[in-house]
Design a protein around this ligand. Structure first.
Ligand code: ABU
Length: 511
């Protein structure tokens, strides 16, 4: 019995595959037909085929089925263009359909047509944004886009600096690094041995990245102090002050507060004005993690949610979240002009030569901790050009309108119970209570049984592919659903669809 690999080698030889195809150059005679067919497959089967409401959100398969369906193992020999196109179709088939209007599972969704083309252009140009000489347009484009975002934050004339980051977690890490360098510049040369025991503060519902990055950066996750939140999920400012004072009295050196504008699960906005006042009083850096809620700055109607953000020293804002730019598109914005560069530069002479023939202040890569870096700006800039700020405003207003409509649909509907009565962002949290549990609220095992409902409904929706909505427990709260709206192509009819779908899937389950 020949091994699989022998069969593949034999097939390759039978097909007479061109042995020069290993060369990394697109040649019209060799690749035009393949690339055109691949683009056609992307346009027809991936872009348009997968955004239809009648298609499935996910073609669920267990690992063994996917391994059987797709030859995942890299092989010694090449395969034909036809086989490659077949692999493309299989990869798409078994990948979650994030372009689908009913993919409302995560803090990103949809495949925006302009963002997609911007992403394709990025990949066709394949830049790495560190020096002006290899990325002239993207260097200037980043400057313009980041400045415009700082204007929206409310910093005078868009003053300050900024960078595109590989995700919001890393952006929150930059905040820790910049704040620490600002107060203790010796950290850069002497390390953590030269600074006192540092403490930083964020809410118990803030994104876990602040804790994680505190550990990564040698501060220690125990020194990331978590502050209580109120019933809306907002940080308790009195507890924040008490914990800062406690830290000082214990001989620690508080240096940073990370407030959140749009928490991951509840979408709560911390009260930035009183937090900023505390930061001023105790001389602390204020970072606002607006990775999720930052997009609301684009809307006159909703930007009040971030009142006080202009008082921050730095901000995380991910356009791939509320603004629906393609993954990934994360920014770190900072009010202080030189901290990023002074805190992170290494002056590698092989890349950042100072005797180049042009103005080397445009070689901006040294302020990042990355070296090689994708041009994440292009897709976002392209969307901004295509829609205008007005388009983004309409997008945001539509999301909030849908979220409010959905909320009102379930507020008094039998079987639905809100976790937060007045959610502030476009994530809505609720329990779905099946018939078998209604009227059992006072029984001792009610919470235990309710905890099992969301995983059961989730399994049903995934296996049918009818929608994708996440669930989680939170503190003392048993599993509840979090539905997230950031696709402005959805309308009120879709909101009704979601409500009906929860009822169809969940009404008669037994727990
Ligand atoms: N910062 C990633 C958020 C993941 C999510 O809950 O969708």
């Amino acid at each position: 019995m020949p091994a699989d690999s022998d069969l593949i080698v034999a097939e390759r030889e039978d097909l007479g595959i061109d042995r020069t195809l290993y060369k990394s150059l697109s040649e019209r005679s060799k690749h035009e037909d393949f690339i055109r067919r691949a683009v056609d497959l992307l346009v027809e089967r991936v872009v348009f085929g997968r955004s239809l409401r009648t298609s499935k959100v996910v073609e669920w398969a267990v690992p063994s089925e996917i391994k059987k369906a797709i030859d995942l193992k890299p092989r010694d020999g090449p395969i034909s263009h036809d086989a490659l196109l077949g692999l493309m179709a299989d990869v798409a088939r078994y990948s979650v359909n994030t372009a689908h209007p009913y993919f409302v599972n995560q803090l990103y969704s949809s495949v925006d047509p302009y963002g997609l083309v911007g992403q394709w252009l990025t990949d066709a140009l394949n830049p790495s944004v560190y020096t002006y000489e290899v990325a002239p347009v993207f260097t200037l484009m980043e400057e313009e886009v980041l400045k415009e975002m700082r204007v929206l934050v409310g910093w005078k004339d868009g003053e300050g600096d900024g960078i595109f980051c590989p995700g919001g977690s890393i952006a929150n890490g930059y905040a820790i690094s910049c704040a620490r360098f600002h107060f203790y510049p010796e950290i850069k040369t002497k390390g953590v041995y030269a600074v006192p025991k540092l403490t930083l503060y964020t809410s118990e519902l803030a994104h876990y990245s602040t804790k994680k990055l505190a550990a990564f950066m040698g501060i220690g996750d125990e020194n990331c102090v978590l502050i209580k939140t109120d019933k809306y999920g907002k940080i308790d400012v009195e507890d924040l002050e008490a914990k800062i004072v406690e830290g000082i009295e214990e001989g620690a050196a508080p240096f940073l507060v990370t407030a959140t504008a749009g928490t991951t699960v509840f979408g709560a906005f911390d009260p930035l004005v009183p937090i900023a006042a505390l930061c001023k009083k105790y001389n602390l850096w204020l970072h606002v993690d607006a990775a999720w809620g930052g997009g609301a700055l684009m809307s006159k109607k909703h930007r009040h949610l971030l009142n006080g953000i202009e008082l921050a020293d730095s901000v995380t804002w991910n356009p791939h979240k509320l603004l629906a730019a393609p993954q990934q598109c994360s920014t770190f914005l900072i009010r202080h002009k030189n901290v990023l560069k002074e805190g992170h530069s290494c002056n590698a002479k092989y890349l950042f030569q100072k005797d180049k023939f042009y103005d080397t202040s445009y070689d901006t890569g040294d302020k990042h901790i990355q070296c090689g870096r994708r041009a994440d700006v292009l897709k976002f800039w392209f969307m901004w050009k295509a829609k205008g700020s007005d388009g983004f405003e309409n997008h945001i207003d539509t999301l909030f309108d849908n979220a409010r409509f959905f909320l009102e649909q379930i507020r008094n509907r039998e079987g639905f119970e809100l976790v937060i009565e007045k959610p502030e962002c476009t994530n809505i949290m609720f329990w779905y209570v099946p018939r078998c549990l209604r009227g059992c609220e006072n029984e001792s095992d009610y919470r235990e049984r309710l905890h099992k409902v969301a995983p059961k409904i989730k399994e049903l929706m995934i296996k049918e592919g009818s929608m994708m909505v996440t669930y989680q427990p939170q503190g003392d709260l048993v599993n509840f659903f979090r539905i997230v709206f950031q696709n402005s192509a959805l309308d009120h009819k879709d909101m009704i669809y979601f409500v009906n779908e929860f009822e169809r899937l969940g009404r008669d389950i037994l727990v």
